[in-house]
Design a protein around this ligand. Structure first.
Ligand code: NAD
Ligand code: UDP
Length: 343
C-alpha cells in the first residue's frame, strides 16, 4: 500500500519513511529540498535496504501534484511539507502564509480533483500540526479540547490549516483526516544515519545543545531561569522522533481501518526543563555542555506538555523512549555527522 509523504526528505518525514516500510507500507517521498538534502535518500536506502521512490516536486504546484497522485494512487498522504522556523515567520510572514497555507490548499485541491476522478478511493490525509496551536496554555497537561490561539505567523498557519481541514471534513464526509499535534520532536534514528540537520544556527534546544557538545558552538544560551517551573527554566514535552514516526504509522492504520477522522496530541505526557536536557545530554555524550543564563526569548511559554491519553485510546499509540534515549540517539547522529548531510 503506497503512502505519499510531502516533505518526506525532512527530519520527521525521513524517520516516518523507515517506520512505514517496517510496517509494510510503500512510502513515496515528495520534496523540493528547500530545507533538506537529497543525500537523505541514500541514507534511507542504507537503513531499509531498498530505494525509496522520490518525486522532486513543490507542493505549491497543484497540476504536478495531481500527476503524482494519478500515477501512484496512494492509499494515504502525510503532509509534512512546510516551513517551521518561528523567528523567520515573524520576519517573513508572507513566506509562511504562502508556503504553509498555500501548500496545504494546493495539496487538498489536488486530492479533491483525484477524488472526482476515482470516487472509490476515499481521500486519506495525515497532517503535521503542532502544540503551538495551544498558544500559552492555561494549565498542563494539555488535552485536545483546550482553546487554540497563535503567537506568531508559523503558529497561525498551522491553526488556519487545521480550520481548513475541519471545514473540509464537514463539507466532504468521505474525507478521512488525522491531525497530529506534535510536541517537541528530538533524537534521531538509532543507526546514526539520519537525523535533524538544521541550516545555520539552530533555533531549537536539542540541536543547539548537540552542537555545543560536539564543539561547534562554545556555549548554550538558556533563555530565562525565572519561569515558575521547578528550576526556573522552560519545561517541554520532548518526544523521540522514532516514537513520533510510529505515531504516523498508527494514524495511517486507524484512518485506513476504522476510517474516522481525529485530532490527537503526540507527546510523552512528561515535561523536562532546559537544564534537565543539558544534564541528560552531558551524560549521554560524555561531553560538557557549558551554558549561560540569557534573557527570556520573546513568545516562549513557561511549560508545555501533553496529555497523550486520546492518542492511546484512538490509535493504541504511546511514546516509549525516555529523555536519555533521545540524547543518546541525537549524540550518535551529531557526532557521526558533525556537518549533517553535507558530509
Ligand atoms: P523539515 O524542514 O525537516 O521538513 C520539511 C520538509 O518539507 C523539508 O524536507 C522541506 O524541503 C520540505 N518542503 C518545504 N516546503 C516545501 C514545498 N513547498 N514543496 C515540497 N517540499 C517542501 O521539518 P520537520 O521538522 O520534519 O517538520 C515536518 C512538519 O512537522 C512541518 O510541517 C512542521 O511544521 C511540523 N512540526 C515540526 C515540529 C518540529 O519541532 N520539528 C514540531 C511541530 C510540527
Ligand atoms: N531554549 C534555550 N536555548 C536555546 C533554544 C531553546 O534555552 O538556544 C529553550 C526555550 O526557551 C524553551 C525550550 O528550550 O524553553 C525549548 O525550545 P525549542 O525552541 O526547542 O522548542 P519550543 O520553544 O518550540 O517549544
Amino acid at each position: 500500500m503506497k503512502i505519499l509523504l510531502t516533505g518526506g526528505a525532512g527530519y520527521i518525514g525521513s524517520h516516518t519513511v523507515v517506520a512505514l516500510i517496517e510496517a509494510g507500507f510503500q512510502p513515496i517521498v515528495l520534496d523540493n529540498f528547500s530545507n533538506s538534502h537529497p543525500a537523505v535518500l541514500e541514507r534511507l536506502a542504507r537503513i531499509v535496504g531498498q530505494t525509496v521512490p522520490l518525486e522532486h516536486v513543490d507542493v505549491l504546484d497543484t497540476p504536478w501534484l495531481q500527476d503524482v497522485l494519478r500515477r501512484h494512487r496512494p492509499a494515504g498522504v502525510v503532509h509534512f511539507a512546510g516551513d517551521k522556523a518561528v523567528g523567520e515567520s515573524v520576519a517573513q510572514p508572507l513566506k509562511y502564509f504562502h508556503n504553509n497555507i498555500g501548500g496545504a490548499v494546493s495539496l487538498l485541491r489536488a486530492m479533491e480533483a483525484m477524488h472526482a476522478e476515482t470516487p472509490e478511493d476515499a481521500p486519506t490525509l495525515v497532517f503535521s500540526s503542532s502544540a503551538t496551536v495551544y498558544g500559552d496554555p492555561a494549565r498542563v497537561p494539555i488535552t485536545e479540547d483546550f482553546p487554540r490561539s497563535h503567537t506568531n505567523p508559523y503558529g497561525h498557519s498551522k491553526l488556519v490549516i487545521e480550520d481548513m481541514l475541519y471545514a473540509l471534513m464537514a463539507a466532504r464526509p468521505a474525507w478521512r483526516v488525522g491531525v497530529l499535534r506534535y510536541f517537541n520532536p528530538v533524537g534521531a534514528h538509532p543507526s546514526g544515519l539520519i537525523g535533524e540537520d538544521p541550516a545555520g544556527i539552530p533555533n531549537n534546544l536539542m540541536p543547539y545543545v548537540a552542537q555545543v557538545a560536539v564543539g561547534q558552538r562554545d556555549h548554550l544560551n538558556v533563555f530565562g531561569n525565572d519561569y515558575p517551573t521547578p528550576d526556573g527554566t522552560g519545561v517541554r514535552d520532548f518526544i523521540h522522533v522514532q516514537d513520533l514516526a510510529a505515531g504516523h504509522v498508527a494514524a495511517i492504520k486507524a484512518l485506513l481501518g476504522r476510517g474516522e477522522s481525529f485530532t490527537v496530541n503526540l507527546g510523552t505526557g512528561r515535561g523536562h526543563s532546559v537544564l534537565e536536557v543539558v544534564r541528560a545530554f552531558e551524560k549521554a555524550s560524555g561531553r560538557a555542555v557549558p551554558y549561560r543564563i540569557a534573557p527570556r526569548r520573546a513568545g516562549d511559554v513557561a511549560q508545555c506538555w501533553a496529555d497523550p491519553g486520546l492518542a492511546l485510546r484512538l490509535l493504541g499509540w504511546r511514546a516509549k523512549h525516555a529523555l536519555d534515549d533521545m540524547c543518546t540517539d541525537a549524540w550518535r547522529w551529531q557526532s557521526g555527522n558533525p556537518n549533517g548531510y553535507r558530509g
